[in-house]
Ligand binder design. Structure first.
Ligand code: UGA
Length: 443
């Protein structure tokens, strides 16, 4: 089949490359000409393991192309995926839908004949109806169906999650030809569906809400364990063992119960806020007030980390040298959007510490956002003369660190584990002062 994918960010670029990998002819579209030039040249504008290989392979096969030209896109295919960003509005909780609507408006005026517009972006419930209204108001003579097919990929696992998803959800418009749209989507995902991937068809509102609810649940799970970690800390209990123990209950499950610095990135924080804002617009605000608490527990982690670092530096950050290991919002990503690690690094600097950051992939993005922080090209350089070493993103490289790796360079043997990813016994037995966010277990 021939498909276009609008938006070539983390979601769209991955989706475009993976649709080509499934055997379709794909045109990725983005208004950012630099991004299009890079992708056309086989270079992924962000770090995503496995994606460069898929991109390269499919560019070479001739199935994958990129453009900034909407005329070309409108003429290329009759199925169009919408994968542009839906960031948080400045100064508000609501999602900013300007990019979604811009694509719809630009595309629709160029379409002739029958087309299917499949939304993938995370949007407030009701957006696809809004899109339908815009299409109607445009006066187009084209026959355009709207469907919603939310994406559940995680950064760092984007290729795997796209090609082997846990499920496919398809929201259909009851006023449209639901059977024909379902058949088209089944054809697009035929290879995936052949793996017996669950395929759920529903209405547009439910499909939109599935995504918002899934992210709200994941965020809640993380804040739940972080709230419990606060109590553990007060009670002298070990939240890591506790998470293992409750996680064995299959109704609970161990995943997303890692206590620490909490969630960040371009999805969970803004998605729970947009969900609350939309519930408010719908007159259902009280149903989601708990998400406010989820958000505030999460933000408290960052403040708590700063307190812990202050304690580790002997009660004052002034004049302390702090090494920050990790500034991406999570490992296997170079994304620093709403990164808890970077937020903490910035706060430490504001409070008078000298901060030197090292991250295996996120340094460039971080420099753009926080140019005043110090940056080093390696762990050992970052830790030179450090009064405290903070592990804020659990990259494998940091998890595997041994005390002897850092001992020749640090000024003080003090380590603060913001992700509870190190083995405290190893560090304590080597004579280090170890602090774990969420409590230091007895060893
Ligand atoms: C999240 C969802 O997991 C995806 O399913 C969804 O498709 C995506 O948002 C999206 O809406 O596009 P992502 O933001 O890539 O994916 O990252 P996650 O793996 O969910 O991690 C989010 C944050 O939670 C990270 O900062 C991570 O460090 C933190 N986290 C995760 C914890 O603090 N504890 C955990 O146990 C798990």
């Amino acid at each position: 089949m021939k498909v276009t994918v609008f938006g070539c960010g983390y979601l769209g670029a991955t989706h475009a490359a993976c649709m080509a990998e499934l055997g379709h002819e794909v045109l990725g579209v983005d208004v950012d000409a630099d991004k299009i030039a890079m992708l056309s040249d086989g270079r992924v504008p962000f770090y995503e393991p496995g994606l460069p290989e898929v991109l390269q392979r499919n560019l070479e096969s001739g199935r994958l192309h990129f453009t900034s030209d909407y005329d070309e896109a409108a003429a290329f295919a009759s199925v169009h995926f919408l994968g542009v960003g839906t960031p948080q509005k400045r100064g508000e909780y609501a999602a900013d839908l300007r990019y979604v609507f811009a694509v719809v408006d630009e595309l629709v005026q160029r379409l002739e004949g029958s087309h299917l517009l499949i939304g993938k972006s995370t949007v407030p419930v009701g957006t696809s109806v809004e899109i339908k209204k815009r299409i109607a108001a445009s006066g187009t003579a084209a026959d355009i169906e709207v469907a919603w097919n939310p994406e559940f990929l995680r950064e760092g696992f984007a290729v795997k999650d796209t090609l082997h998803p846990d499920r496919i959800v398809l929201g259909l418009d009851p006023e449209g030809d639901t059977a024909a749209v379902t058949a088209q989507v089944e054809e697009i995902y035929a290879t995936i569906l052949a793996e017996e991937t669950p395929f759920l068809t529903t209405d547009l509102a439910t499909a939109e809400m599935v995504k918002a609810s899934a992210n709200a649940f994941l965020a809640t799970k993380i804040s739940f364990i972080n709230a419990i970690s606060e109590v553990c800390e007060a009670a002298g209990a070990d939240v890591s063992v506790l998470a293992d123990a409750i996680g064995y209950d299959q109704r609970i499950g161990r995943k997303f119960l890692n206590a620490g610095l909490g969630f960040g990135g371009g999805c969970l924080p803004k998605d729970i806020r947009a969900f609350m804002a939309r519930a408010g617009e719908l007159g259902a605000a009280p149903a989601l007030t708990f998400l406010r608490e989820v958000d505030s527990i999460n933000m408290r982690r960052r403040a708590r980390m700063v307190e812990l670092a202050t304690k580790a530096c002997g009660g004052s950050l002034l004049g302390s040298n702090i090494a920050v290991l990790g500034c991406a919002f999570k490992p296997e990503s170079d994304d620093v959007r709403d990164s808890p690690a970077l937020n903490v690094a910035g706060q430490l600097q504001l409070q008078g510490a000298g901060v030197t950051v090292y991250d295996p992939k996120a340094m460039d993005n971080s420099r753009k956002l926080f140019p005043t922080l110090g940056y080093s090209d390696s762990v050992s350089q970052a830790c030179e003369l450090a009064d405290a070493v903070l592990v804020l993103t659990e990259w494998k490289e940091f998890v595997e660190l041994k005390p002897a790796d850092l001992e020749p360079v640090v000024r003080k043997k003090v380590i603060v584990d913001g992700r509870r990813c190190l083995d405290p016994a190893v560090w304590i037995h080597a004579g280090w002062e170890y602090h774990g966010l969420g409590g230091t277990p007895r060893v």
